[in-house]
Ligand binder design. Structure first.
Ligand code: ADP
Ligand code: MG
Length: 168
């Protein structure tokens, strides 16, 4: 990962027709951004969501309370789904939010490990034609490596750093 830039602006959705690796690269070039509230983190997720297309996969990393779910709520808005539906998937491991042109599948692996994760069929999910967002993605040893990653860190108070990139 390159040194994060301290820009506050996420890329506009001008790459709609670019192929997925190009769009991932564009997002990665935007480096890191800081937010100062939950709604700003949602706005960052929304900006990314507007650029996402069927088949895209976003892996989210960050401690409990970092803002992963807030970011996914923005992603849902970005694809035109109802963000009010987005919460931490406590009992259902995978939640679906339908947008006009794609469905967002929201997975939270926080309470799962090992065989429980292997049994979810995530390989099928990420090779399907939905958009997939996975919280605690590090718990899935079989996660693909050619997808987008979002790393959120708590900088104290309501400040968060959000890094977009691709897995090494
Ligand atoms: P996670 O899914 O990573 O466990 P959540 O999105 O569920 O985290 O919760 C993030 C919590 O942090 C919420 O209570 C939210 O109000 C709070 N918060 C404070 N500042 C921010 C910020 N800049 N971005 C996102 N969440 C924030
Ligand atoms: Mg969460």
């Amino acid at each position: 990962m390159t040194e994060p830039r301290r820009n506050k602006t996420f890329p506009a959705s001008s790459e709609a027709t670019a192929d997925p690796p190009k769009r991932v690269a564009e997002a990665a070039r935007s480096g890191a951004s800081e937010t100062a509230s939950e709604s700003e983190t949602e706005a960052a997720g929304e900006a990314l969501g507007r650029d996402l297309r069927a088949g895209d996969v976003v892996l989210l990393y960050g401690d409990l309370g970092a803002g992963k779910t807030a970011f996914v709520r923005g992603m849902a808005r970005g694809i035109g789904a109802n963000p009010a539906d987005v919460s931490s998937p406590t009992f259902t491991i995978v939640q679906e939010y339908a947008g006009p042109s794609a469905t967002l599948y929201h997975v939270d692996l926080y309470r799962l490990e090992g065989a429980e994760i292997d049994d979810l069929g995530l390989e099928d999910l990420v090779s399907g034609d939905g958009i997939v967002a996975i919280e605690w993605a590090e718990r899935w040893t079989g996660r693909p490596d050619d997808v987008m990653e979002v790393r959120i860190k708590d900088l104290g108070d309501d400040r968060r750093s959000i890094e977009l990139g691709t897995l090494p």
